[in-house]
Every structure is written in C-alpha cells, then in structure tokens.
Design a protein around this ligand. Structure first.
Ligand code: NDP
Length: 282
C-alpha cells in the first residue's frame, strides 16, 4: 500500500490552527488517504521550508498569517481569484503534461469561505449595507473581491499602515465603492457589518476602534477564532451589537474549497463545523 499523501498548513504562529482537525475529518468522510500537519515557519524560513515540503513529496499547503503574499513567489500558475487577490492561501502540486512535469498552482479560497459562512451559515445580508473591513493583509486581499461582488453600498478599509489600505483601494476600485482610512479618521457613523481581518486577535489585542462605528444593529465578524471570545468579539458584545461572530465557519468553508482543489471532492461542511464547535467548547 502506498503512503498517504501529505498536506500541511504553514504559518507563524500556527500552533492554534484547527485546519488539521478539519482536514482529517474531510478525509475520513470521503475515504481519502492523506495526512495533514502544521508547519511553523518565520518569514525568513518560509520560502525554503515550503520548497522543501514539495521537494520531499508533499502534495498541498495551506498558507496562513503572515505568508499569504510571500507565497506568490512560489507558484508557476494562479487561479483567477488568487490573481485578483494578489495573495494565496492554497498551494497544489500539479502534473502539467504527459511527461509528468510538476508545477505549483496557487489559489485563494478565503473569500469564498467568508462569503459562504456569512450568507449560508449566518444569513447575513450584505447587499446595500455599509461594510467596514479592519486590516489590509493577506486575508483582507482574499476577501475583497467576493465581498464587493455581494454589492454593499460601500466598503471602507481601515489599517494602521494606511499605504497598504490605499493600495487595496487601487487594486479593487473597479469592483465597487471603496475607500481607505486610518484608525484616527474612522469617524462615528455606525457600520452595518464590521469584519476584523487583522491579526490583532492572535496576539490578544484589539485594533484602536472608536466606539461610534457600531450600534445595536451592527454585526461584527472576527476572522480569528478560539476557545474563548476574541478581544474584538468581546468589544462588540460590550457595545451591544446585534451579533458578534467568530470565523470558525469561514475556516471550515475555505478548507472545503482547498480540499476540493486537492482531491476533486467536495466534503460536507455542516457536520465538521458542528464537531469543531463542540471540540472548542469542550
Ligand atoms: P497578515 O499578517 O497578512 O496581515 C495582518 C493585518 O493585521 C495587517 O493589516 C496588520 O496591519 C493588521 N494588524 C496586526 N496587528 C494589529 C493590531 N494590533 N492592531 C491593528 N491591526 C493589526 O495576516 P492575514 O491577513 O493572513 O491574517 C489576518 C487574520 O485573519 C489572522 O487572525 C488570521 O488567523 C485570520 N484569518 C482567518 C481565516 C479563517 O478562515 N477564519 C482565514 C484567513 C485569515 P498593518 O498592515 O498596519 O501592520
């Protein structure tokens, strides 16, 4: 019997990642022989570590914080959505021709994962709503095109490093009403939906948010997740927001997209999301 195919998530930090839990269940559900691990690599180690993984027979990687933009340097080919995003969260090893030459395909499944979680799992309406996106890193890049495709009335990007937010406005301005601001200039008009795509929660931090950007009708969504509420989710509850959600569903949905790219099969996400929620509460 041949050895199971190897996959992993690579990031820094990465020990908190629940991706192995999810992919093990997808594999069991669909009878796919694979193993999925975590690889911690600093920005200095990232490119060499990823190349070694594939040179030693690895079949696919998920890319997480902070490597999604650097991963562009590894690929031979990009899917249109990864090209649009300028960031990658999935790498797949492909055989390109009859000579069995190998190439690396880069994809970005974050946006599809977020859209599915918001629309299908949480029934959040985006059309016609005012949306605020916190952060301008790899995750923000991945979700902007799908979010704008859902036709919010406007989308504001706020980032500490304003130049990065402005760059995203230039990149995506053909898709909708976009603007970039710094935290001190956020103003006090409430948003309908505030999505935290910063890495602040991973460090137990909260971006410098003025209280007036939410009210009792606002929905807050943190892409980060954990056993306990993240600082952003606590902040939203403390301000009496209508809902405060964590990104577990996004994690499962984007993982299902990656699994589909790697194995050609679409796993059931609802059962895995329930198992993951129970595991985190337990
Ligand atoms: P990056 O390192 O690419 O970007 C980090 C972003 O966070 C930058 O915009 C940075 O701002 C901002 N930031 C970091 N710390 C702070 C802080 N203390 N206050 C304000 N802003 C801060 O990371 P990613 O974009 O890849 O990931 C971002 C988050 O999204 C992570 O928590 C990750 O786990 C989560 N995520 C979850 C997914 C899911 O499926 N649930 C999928 C993808 C991501 P600046 O540019 O100014 O430094």
């Amino acid at each position: 019997m041949s050895a199971p195919d190897r996959y992993a998530v690579i990031g820094h930090p990465v020990s908190h990642s629940r991706s192995p839990f999810i992919h093990e269940r997808f594999a069991a559900q669909t009878s796919q022989p694979l193993i999925y691990t975590t690889i911690d690599a600093t920005p200095e180690q990232f490119l060499a570590t990823a190349r070694t993984f594939f040179a030693e027979g690895g079949k696919g990687l998920n890319i997480t914080v902070p490597h999604k933009e650097a991963a562009l340097q590894l690929v031979d080919e990009l899917t249109p959505r990864a090209q649009r995003a300028g960031a990658i969260n999935t790498l797949a090893l492909r055989r390109t021709n009859a000579a069995q030459d190998l190439s690396l395909l880069g994809d970005n499944t974050d946006g599809a994962g977020l859209a599915r979680d918001l629309l299908n799992n949480h029934r959040v309406m985006i059309a016609g709503r005012r949306v605020l996106l916190l952060g301008a890193g790899g995750a923000a890049r991945g979700v902007l095109a799908p979010l704008l495709g859902l036709k919010p009335s406007g989308l504001t990007i706020v980032n500490r490093n304003l130049a990065r937010a402005r760059e995203l406005v230039e990149r995506f301005r053909d898709l909708g009403h976009l603007r970039a601001v710094g935290y001190p200039d956020l103003g006090n008009e409430p948003y309908d939906l505030v999505i935290n795509a910063t890495a602040a929660s991973l460090a137990g931090e909260l971006p410098a948010l003025p209280p007036g950007i939410v009210d009792s009708r606002s929905i807050c969504y943190d892409m980060a997740y954990g056993r306990e509420d993240t600082p952003f989710v606590r902040w939203a509850f403390d301000r009496g927001c209508a809902r405060a959600l964590m990104g577990l569903g996004m994690l499962v949905e984007q993982a299902a997209e990656s699994f589909h790219l790697w194995r050609g099969l679409r796993p059931d996400t609802a059962s895995v999301l329930s198992a993951l929620t129970a595991e985190l509460r337990g």
